[in-house]
Ligand binder design. Structure first.
Ligand code: ADP
Ligand code: MG
Length: 746
């Protein structure tokens, strides 16, 4: 067996623990009940607690004039009641000070409220300000009746934390102060960066996001820090991690109200230098973990594959078309990697229809010609089946055995398949994650091809690399149709080399996309039926009801029944709950033109290739992600007929909802769409849940912090090659990624 790449057993051996790594129960007052509540918030260590950042702050230090109020601000205001409107639907009260009027809205009118709210009463209210075309409002503010010019009891700035039932703000505030104190008293180093690291990133071309933060940051120890670092450095670099945490949990008071409001706004938005200080550290830890994985991988040996492949020539000669320039370039990049004994880890990105499958098949040829086996893995059975069909068609005529391993096989089929793989009777094995399982033993695995990488986690990928023969790690080729914006690629795939197929095969006709209100669904049905009668083929994609495949299948079945009853065209259906053979038969019938309309769930999102299908209707399009819609739409526009995609949406649709669908209507470019998706929905949605689980950030947000990511990437590269700092680096990764030990040997 090769030495494992994910030896979780050794992982924690060299982790030096510091105060922040201790469990929260070391704090006074944290018993099992509070420990449980904190756990619900994802807090186990002191470090987790310190990174439990306020979602807002209350400023009760002073009264704010009504005309100085800003939208979203939590403020203390004093005024006299000048209007009361008490209805069953709720109560509106207006208070006025010398500068303006503020509406207080109470949707629940409880006993005592009506008695208090009488004209002329002087109130002091605290709440979140909402400014809209209806005026300046507060909903359900806290209120007190006060005598004129009563003194303000200054309770300072109070952080408000995300919490769970039963765990009060005051308790969290106390715990955080205690945690900060504990860390301070231990005097242990919290950070691994030194001034020369900062020096190094100071010289980066554009180190600063939007450059001016506008705020002088004052902390007790700042002066001392300032003398040791470049005074022209951006202020986040002047903060130690401890200072940054202190500032976030106990922000200083500014006497200047504008500064105060701006500070709280920046803290809330996480654009404050103190937040940025944390973000740089966190992103660096993540970058480092990936560089580490890469470094480890490079210590292994992979099979050298000959750069000449007769098989590839034969395969190409059998095709009715030639490679695009982009496909050619990417195949070259891959085979250059495979010609060395350094294990390849290459991500091939290409928009839907760019021809990734063929590129993968050619890569396979080089491994096969050098006597190695190839595994081809896809995240869903339907996609794996498509690959099976293609690979069989391409390879079997050339005398290469193609095997199949998936979840839904009989015990006998599986046993035979496993044996064929183990005895090198089949040289190409196609399958789902069933290929990762321990019982799968390859005779000579040389190349693992993984399609649609974002559905697989890093751990799974690592499991496959352990399946090489003794002293040999397979090359890995990963293909994704989700065009990944640079930021995201850097953070999620920083350990890989990337190739981009940035060209579609010739002869494709652009898809026209329209958005239509669901109220006009009947019209759409008529139009589709008419088109089908003219010999066109269409997909009807059913709404994603929820995460459960059963419910989604039911939605597809209902639509299938309904459309079958209404229309006299040939209709078929596929969904995730159907048996493999059943699905295959339906897909084959559709491909052969024996069906006009295919009702489907999003199982057809990836890989399905029926060039004659030129129409697609997607119901409840507003519920799907942009990239997912783009993938779905990529099932049409594969032939020479003009293709149409109809996005049916349910009204009312929010402004973002409309904006999102319009992005799709206006662009056929996967990169443009992915970038927009990242902005509108955040990285988790784009990469899929599993991947997000690995990325799991405390403070960072890739759509907001991309400039900081550049800095982090630089810092990480600087640290990774400095052996004298290995222990610090290990500590940093473990602190920010306690889960990393599962797949990173640091
Ligand atoms: P994707 O990148 O989305 O996985 P596929 O590999 O499914 O795309 O390819 C889409 C279609 O384009 C397939 O029918 C494939 O045979 C065809 N194709 C691939 N490369 C070329 C090419 N160079 N010229 C013409 N058609 C091609
Ligand atoms: Mg594909």
């Amino acid at each position: 067996m090769p030495t494992s790449l994910n030896p979780s057993s050794q992982a924690s051996a060299n982790t030096a623990q510091t105060a922040v790594d201790l469990p929260v129960h070391v704090l006074a007052g944290v018993g099992s009940k509070i420990e449980g509540q904190l756990e619900q918030l994802g807090i186990e260590r002191l470090f987790d607690l310190l990174l439990h950042l306020p979602r807002d702050y209350e400023d009760r230090s002073r009264l704010i004039n009504i005309n100085d109020l800003q939208d979203g601000q939590s403020a203390l205001v004093e005024g006299q009641v000048t209007y009361v409107d008490n209805k069953r639907s709720g109560m509106t009260v207006v208070i006025e000070d010398a500068t303006g009027a503020l509406q207080l809205r109470f949707f629940k009118v409880y006993a005592g409220l009506a008695q208090t709210m009488t004209l002329g009463t002087r109130l002091r209210v605290f709440g979140e300000v909402k400014i809209s075309r209806y005026g300046v409002q507060m909903a359900h503010p806290e209120y007190n009746v006060v005598a004129p010019s009563a003194p303000v009891v200054n309770t300072g700035l109070q952080p408000i934390y995300p919490t769970v039932k039963g765990l009060h703000q005051n308790k969290l505030r106390t715990l955080l102060k205690l945690a900060l104190q504990t860390v301070y008293q231990q005097g242990l180093p919290l950070t691994i960066f030194n001034s020369s690291d900062w020096e190094a990133v100071n010289h980066l071309p554009a180190p600063l996001p939007k450059n001016a933060y506008g705020l002088p940051v004052t902390t007790p120890t700042q002066q001392a820090v300032n003398t040791t670092t470049n005074s022209s450095a951006p202020s986040w670099q002047n903060l130690t991690l401890f200072e940054a945490l202190t500032l976030i949990h106990t922000p200083p008071m500014h006497t200047d109200i504008m500064l105060q409001v701006a500070q709280l706004e920046q803290l809330k938005e996480r654009t404050h230098p103190a937040c940025q200080r944390l973000i740089v550290e966190e992103l660096t830890a993540h970058q480092l973990s990936m560089l580490y994985r890469r470094k480890q991988l490079h210590q292994h040996k992979a099979p050298k594959c000959d750069k000449q492949s007769p098989l590839a020539y034969k395969l190409l000669a059998n095709l009715p078309f030639s490679l695009t320039a982009a496909q050619n370039r990417v195949v070259n990049e891959i085979t250059s990697d495979m010609a060395t004994s350094i294990p390849m880890l290459r991500l091939v990105q290409g928009d839907v229809g760019a021809g990734k499958t063929l590129v993968a098949a050619l890569a396979a040829c080089y491994a096969l010609d050098s006597g190695w086996q190839v595994a081809v893995m896809a995240p869903t059975e339907i996609l794996a089946e498509q690959h099976l069909i293609n690979f069989k068609a391409w390879f079997e005529p050339l005398g290469i055995g193609v095997g199949w391993l998936a979840g839904k096989q009989t015990a006998k089929q599986r046993r035979e398949a496993l044996q064929a793989v183990a005895e090198n009777e089949v040289q190409v094995v196609v399958g789902t994650h069933a290929l990762f399982q321990e019982s799968v033993v390859f005779a000579k695995l040389g190349l693992a091809i993984i399609d649609e990488q974002h559905r697989f986690g890093v751990e799974q990928r690592m499991a496959l690399t352990d399946k090489g023969v003794a002293d040999s790690t397979p090359h890995q080729l990963i293909m994704t149709a989700t065009p990944i914006p640079r930021t995201l690629a850097m953070s999620a795939y920083g350990d890989m080399d990337t190739s981009i197929i940035d060209e579609l095969p010739p002869g494709r006709t652009p898809i026209t996309t329209v958005t239509i209100d669901r109220a006009r669904r009947d019209e759409v049905i008529e139009r589709i039926a008419a088109n089908c009668k003219e010999g066109k083929q269409a997909y009807w994609v059913c709404p994603l009801v929820d995460d459960s495949s059963t419910l989604n299948a039911q939605a597809a079945e209902a639509t299938y029944a309904d459309l079958s009853e209404r229309l006299d065209i040939r209709i078929g259906m596929v969904h995730g709950k159907m048996k493999g053979a059943e699905k295959q038969a339906v897909m084959a019938a559709f491909k052969n033109g024996d069906l006009d309309l295919l009702v489907a769930t999003t199982v057809i999102e990836v890989g399905v290739d029926v060039p004659n299908a030129s129409l697609m209707v997607i119901e409840n399009a507003e519920r799907l992600g942009l990239s997912q819609l783009h993938q779905l739409r990529g099932r049409v526009g594969r032939g020479s007929t003009k293709s149409f995609c109809v996005l049916l949406y349910q009204t009312p649709l929010s402004e973002t909802g409309i904006e999102r669908l319009n992005v799709l209507r206006d662009s056929n470019d996967g990169f443009v769409i992915a970038q927009k998706d990242l902005q509108l929905r955040g990285p988790g949605e784009l990469l899929g849940k599993r991947q997000t689980g690995n990325v799991g950030y405390y403070v960072s947000d890739l759509s907001r912090d991309d400039n900081l990511l550049m800095i982090a990437s630089h810092l990480a590269k600087r640290l990774i090659n400095d052996d004298s700092r290995k222990a610090e680096v290990t500590q940093l990764i473990h602190r920010w990624m306690p889960e990393a030990s599962k797949y990173t040997n640091v």
